[in-house]
Design a protein around this ligand. Structure first.
Ligand code: 5MM
Length: 334
């Protein structure tokens, strides 16, 4: 078993998943302002360290994705990576520098950040990171995703993953097909399959060790403005079909993004995926909003109430962990 494979399995095995706390300052500001909290460095750290010191970190969280600001912060004389290590989880870092307009198809996005990446990776490793994340975003419409967007984002993900493994870290490969649009789940299935297949084509071309990679995809859902809605059973069925057909067998696991689903939806869908998963892939969570929403709402009412906030977070993390094992049921949601 390679070192990278061990790290990947450590993060996602035994009902553990990933806490995606890598919101860039712009996104975090939107999240905080939506609950009427001022977005400054102190408040961003306060909320995040409240989550990182929660009891459920030990049992439910195998890895935390951090943002550049957070990986350099300290709390009670410990660096944030040290604090995360104490819970038994591994610190990870978002290394892309964001999605920008794609030249040649300016209404689509290309994720940037390859220039100088090798040097940044070395610095993050020294700061304690053992895995990384890069997110490519794709929209669905009559014309999109274009071949150019599918190709360019996969190319970047391939080059990113190879550099990360060279620096002895596990790359999370996140091709996110967005929920926005009127498309059906069938179209989401077709486009997501195309995107994922292209990503692995590029990873293989870049000689990436697939046993040391975690895929972070979207689930197969109807577009947010679609008139018809498939049910959870169909979401699980289409998601599993897509992944079985598109992901090479060597990949140890898949950690879904929540992508705008509510906390309960993201938990229920993951549970059904695991109940019917006949593949050898571990299927778990790498949720941002679907792990943090309730906790953030609670915290915003009194930012000094750490224990109340942790209670809300612990509950959601426990439910997600049960879903990662196919042991969740609706009556556990109170
Ligand atoms: C945590 O949110 C990340 C957003 O980062 P940006 O500020 O760069 O947009 C995001 O990449 C996240 O890791 C994934 O989309 C999963 O988060 P959700 O909320 O979709 O589960």
């Amino acid at each position: 078993m390679s070192e990278l494979n061990k790290i990947a399995l450590n993060i996602i095995s035994n009902g553990k998943g990933i806490l995606a706390a890598d919101e860039s300052t712009g996104t975090m500001t939107k999240r905080l302002e939506a609950v009427n909290v001022k977005s400054n460095e102190e408040n961003r750290l306060n909320f995040r360290k409240t989550l990182f010191t929660s009891e459920s970190m030990k049992k439910c969280i195998g890895g935390v994705i951090l943002y550049d600001e957070t990986i350099k912060q300290t709390y009670e004389n410990k660096t944030i990576p040290e604090l995360i290590n104490e819970s038994g989880a591994l610190p990870g870092i978002k290394v892309d520098t964001g999605a920008k307009s794609l030249a040649g198809s300016p209404d689509e996005k290309i994720t940037e950040g390859l220039d100088g990446l090798r040097e940044r990776l070395k610095k993050y490793y020294k700061l304690g990171a053992r895995f990384t994340k890069w997110r490519g975003v794709y929209t669905i419409s009559d014309k999109f995703p274009s071949k150019l967007s599918v190709h360019s984002n996969a190319h970047a993900l391939g080059r990113y993953a190879a550099l990360v493994q060279e620096c002895e870290m596990v790359p999370i490969v996140e091709p996110e097909v967005l929920m926005e649009g009127k498309h059906s789940a069938k179209v989401c299935y077709e486009k997501t399959s195309e995107v994922i297949k292209k990503c692995f084509e590029e990873l293989i071309l870049n000689k990436v060790d697939l046993t040391g990679v975690i895929l972070k995809p979207n689930m197969i859902l109807d577009g947010i403005n679609s008139k018809n809605k498939v049910n959870s059973e169909q979401i699980a069925e289409l998601t599993l079909k897509c992944l079985k057909e598109s992901v090479p067998q060597e990949v140890p696991g898949i950690a879904f993004l929540s992508g705008g689903q509510s906390e309960i939806e993201a938990t229920e869908n993951l549970n059904l995926i695991n109940k019917t998963n006949s593949s050898k892939f571990i299927m778990t969570y790498s949720y941002g909003r679907a792990l943090q929403q309730g906790a953030l709402k609670h915290w915003s009412k009194d930012i000094k109430d750490s224990s109340g906030t942790q209670k809300v977070f612990n509950n959601r993390a426990n439910l997600c962990s049960l879903a990662a094992q196919g042991k969740w049921s609706r009556d556990l949601e109170i």
